[in-house]
Design a protein around this ligand. Structure first.
Ligand SMILES: [Ca+2]
Ligand SMILES: [Ca+2]
Length: 234
């Protein structure tokens, strides 16, 4: 090997290392997934970024799972779920590397200008779901307009899900009255956005959810329902 080739190889190695290291701060979230059949390593890490760097330093590592505050860091050789071994691990998040994550939290997906959304598949009652969103700096989804209904439908289509019941960021102002959204917007009881025969106050329903092809429905607040959080981009 002559000297020029050796120097070039060395420069390439340095550049490659820098590129892979840089990627560790740009990752997207695969949401609460734990892969048990493609585990490359288990270690500990104080942050998602540190875990990402460990993954990058392992050949064949394409995704990593972090569990806080225990600091568990797992590297995975694949993001596919084989042998039906997929099971959501409470509190865990799985990440994969990608460029240009546009939302402040990489678990969120940019769906409309200024609007980042995240689907939570583990059902909670309305107040717990709302609190969960707020802990992430977000709110339950606001579906006060047809335009916003179309954004939500597109987002759920992207998840491969149709006609999913989802908590929304509205409650009944007074029994038999109008419905109040978190931003102060009012949806009257005779709005065309309600599903047929809704609101019907079945079971003392005071919280808003989606029904059918993303129409409005009143539902009992204690019901366990999946939800979408919405994070505004500052
Ligand atoms: Ca009611
Ligand atoms: Ca109802």
């Amino acid at each position: 090997m002559n000297r020029t080739v050796a120097v070039l190889l060395m420069l390439c190695a340095v550049a490659n290392r820098a590129e892979r290291t840089g990627l560790a701060t740009r990752y997207g979230c695969l949401d609460n997934r734990e892969f048990s059949d493609n585990l490359l390593f288990e270690s500990s890490a104080v942050s998602n970024t540190e875990c990402g760097l460990k993954c990058l330093s392992h050949a064949g590592c394409v995704a990593f799972t972090t569990l806080t505050p225990s600091g568990i860091c797992r590297g995975h050789s694949s993001v596919s779920v084989a042998n039906s071994s997929f099971s959501p691990l409470s509190g865990a998040q799985t990440w994969t590397f990608q460029d240009g994550v546009p939302c402040p939290n990489p678990c969120y997906q940019l769906m409309a200008p200024g609007t980042c959304l995240r689907f939570h598949q583990i059902g909670k009652n309305h107040s717990e779901a709302s609190n969960h969103c707020q802990r992430e700096g977000a709110r339950l989804y606001n579906m006060k307009s047809w335009e916003r209904r179309d954004v939500l439908k597109k987002f759920m289509d992207d998840q491969g899900l149709q006609n999913t019941l989802l908590w929304l960021d509205a409650v009944e102002e007074v029994e038999g009255g109008n419905w109040l959204w978190g931003d102060g917007h009012i949806t009257p009881r005779d709005s065309s956005m309600w599903h047929t025969f809704e609101p019907n106050d079945l079971g003392g329903a005071d919280c808003m959810q989606t029904l059918g092809d993303y129409y409005l429905d009143d539902a009992p607040c204690k019901t366990l329902v999946q939800y979408v959080c919405e994070m505004p981009i500052p």
